[in-house]
Design a protein around this ligand. Structure first.
Ligand SMILES: CC(C)(COP(=O)(O)OP(=O)(O)OC[C@H]1O[C@@H](n2cnc3c(N)ncnc32)[C@H](O)[C@@H]1OP(=O)(O)O)[C@@H](O)C(=O)NCCC(=O)NCCS
Length: 247
């Protein structure tokens, strides 16, 4: 993904998702080309496709050796997201004595902690250079507990070309809360924090997030931060049958 970035940065049809190609317009780049990426990378993501008919189309193109996992797409405008997220940050606080910071260039220690927490919670981690903002602007909010343990993490990246379908949008994801700290609002705090801080720095107009249909805490977390589900859209993965990539 890093080697490809020289040309990906100019693409209005494919975004650099860090872990996988985020294909925004498969018809424009051609299904043969999509197939080449699946063959070389093992998987691709087709971002925010029209839900109706896409699964049948994918089955037609790729055949029965592949699975097509789906994620619900949540998209909202900045004013709605900021109103909800600022309310969350006013209502919920991290534990006294913890620090909450939004990192743009995490150091090696911070990077390892972020990636380890993602891995431990079933979220495929973003690569180091991507998290450090070497590839696209990246923001990672991190609440650190008294003992220096990283309790949670959430990321925003500005991965979409300004003339693509998602010009002005950022992507929010890679959110993890350590099991010992779940269920007390920390997922909402860390998500609201990265959204508010990244909006202040980048003035993005919209945010897009993807949530697996069975991930109820994740859905409620992003909805609490103002991201509404668009039921007409879904992000599809293309991956060899039986392989799981990320939550
Ligand atoms: C998803 C995750 C980050 C949520 O973190 P959390 O700190 O437990 O969530 P919060 O306490 O902030 O709660 C968020 C919302 O989910 C609800 N919720 C929390 N746990 C829940 C559960 N087990 N079942 C149903 N709802 C739940 C909360 O009530 C809240 O909803 P509300 O605002 O409507 O009251 C956490 O469960 C996690 O790390 N999961 C594994 C990794 C993952 O799936 N990440 C998201 C994919 S990128």
């Amino acid at each position: 993904m890093i080697a490809r970035h020289e040309w990906l940065v100019h693409s209005t049809t494919i975004a650099n998702g860090g872990r996988v190609m985020n294909i925004l317009d498969p018809a424009a780049i051609g299904w043969d080309r999509v197939r080449e990426f699946v063959d070389s990378d093992g998987t691709v993501a087709l971002t925010a496709m029209k839900r109706a008919n896409t699964e049948a189309l994918l089955a037609d193109v790729f055949g029965s050796d592949f699975d097509f996992p789906q994620w619900n797409v949540h998209i909202s405008a900045a004013n709605r997201v900021l109103a909800h997220s600022e309310r969350i940050l006013a209502e919920y606080r991290v534990v006294d004595g913890w620090s909450l910071e939004c990192l743009q260039t995490p150091n090696d220690h911070e990077l390892s902690a972020i990636q380890a927490l993602n891995l431990a919670t079933g979220v495929a981690p973003l690569p180091g250079p991507y998290l450090r903002g070497d590839v696209v602007p990246s923001f990672t909010s991190c609440p650190w507990a008294h003992d220096g343990e990283l309790a949670a993490v959430s990321n925003v990246t500005a991965r979409y070309h300004e003339h693509s379908r998602f010009g002005g949008h950022v992507f929010n994801g890679s959110t993890s809360v350590a099991p010992a700290h779940r269920g007390s609002g920390l997922g909402k705090i860390v998500t609201a924090h990265v959204l508010v801080e990244s909006q202040r720095m980048l003035s993005w107009t919209h945010v897009l997030a993807q949530v697996a249909p069975d991930n109820v805490p994740s859905r409620r977390m992003v909805e609490s931060c103002g991201l509404a589900c668009d039921p007409s859209l879904a992000t599809f993965g293309v991956i060899r049958r039986g392989v799981q990539f990320t939550r």
